[in-house]
Ligand binder design. Structure first.
Ligand SMILES: [Zn+2]
Length: 69
């Protein structure tokens, strides 16, 4: 689990910060993702982190990485 999970999850009231889905209904912890990816110079600080459901996490990952091959 991301060491910032509790801080970010509490800040987001345990809801996805993209679609606002409540973490409780998914029955597993959401991902803590970097708003500005570390692969592009983003840093691992609270202000650059967001709580994301699996769908938002995968969508953002694909959008960020799909053309890098
Ligand atoms: Zn979401």
């Amino acid at each position: 689990m991301n060491p910032f999970y509790h801080l970010v999850a509490d800040r987001a009231f345990h809801r996805c910060e993209y679609c606002h889905a409540p973490e409780l209904v998914f029955n597993f912890p959401f991902e803590v993702e970097h708003i500005f990816p570390t692969s592009r110079g983003g840093v691992n600080v609270e202000i650059n982190l967001a709580l994301a459901c699996r769908l938002a996490f995968l969508t953002l990952f694909l959008i960020t990485n799909w053309h890098q091959k």
